[in-house]
Design a protein around this ligand. Structure first.
Ligand code: C5P
Length: 223
């Protein structure tokens, strides 16, 4: 399906977020950003105008894509929410870190010298859910969520699809250490409310192209 997203605007979130503990430390996750960047590239190749909101990653921005760099979940949320009204489709590929320290320490936390004081407690609270903020809007784009699951993959994905009011969810099984996260290949299932489609193991760009095709077919304008 060539130029399946012609004349559409697409916002993609990608990569991890980092939640600061003190000036030199943070909580984050293993997301490389590769799948999100490939979604952005495939959307552009399908004719869309694409903006990529990216957490800290080590990837080159594909030519022709506007990139907005963020670090924390809060920064990602404001980058997304301040732009979302101008977009037709939102691909929430980012692995937003679920917890952030309750307080940001101004000074670097010192390692205690007393061996009896070897324990440390950091209080965490959940970060805001960006997808949820988007789907709660009265005028909202078509929302494609992503999820990494280790068990009851499809059932958990369906539950998440409903709870977060997304239109589609792309789920991958991260119990297999050779796919997902840092790798160049992925294997996912694209879960719609009434159907699902398994995409066999292949490069993250090919996966992205197929996701774009499936989403383009499901968009309200082509029904
Ligand atoms: O519940 P879970 O984190 O697995 O949901 C994954 C989906 O929700 C992804 O699309 C991710 O980008 C999005 N998400 C979000 N904000 C969060 C956590 C997850 O937008 N704080």
């Amino acid at each position: 399906m060539p130029r399946a997203l012609k004349d559409l605007t697409v916002l993609v979130s990608a990569g991890p977020t980092q939640e600061r503990i003190d000036p030199v430390r943070f909580i984050s996750n293993r997301s490389s950003g590769k799948q999100g960047f490939e979604i952005a590239r495939a959307a552009m190749d399908a004719g869309a105008k694409v903006t990529l909101v990216s957490g800290p990653v080590n990837l080159k921005t594909p030519d022709g894509i506007e990139r907005v760099d963020v670090r924390t979940a809060a920064e990602m949320k404001s980058a997304v929410m301040s732009r979302i009204d101008k977009y037709d489709v939102f691909f929430a590929v980012a692995a937003v870190t679920d917890f952030q320290p309750k307080e940001l320490l101004e000074q670097k936390l010192k390692r205690p010298h007393d061996p009896k004081k070897s324990e440390l407690t950091i209080h965490l609270r959940t970060t805001d859910d960006i997808v949820h903020a988007v789907t709660a809007k009265r005028k909202r784009p078509y929302v494609v969520g992503f999820a990494a699951e280790t068990n009851n993959i499809i059932q958990n994905a369906r539950e998440k699809l409903k709870r977060k009011k997304m239109d589609v969810i792309v789920v991958n099984d991260v119990s297999d250490p050779t796919i997902g996260f840092e790798g160049d290949e992925n294997q996912v299932t694209v879960v719609f409310p009434e159907s699902e489609r398994r995409l066999e193991r292949q490069s993250k760009y090919k996966i992205a192209k197929k996701i774009i095709e499936l989403v383009a077919r499901a968009l309200p304008r082509s029904t």
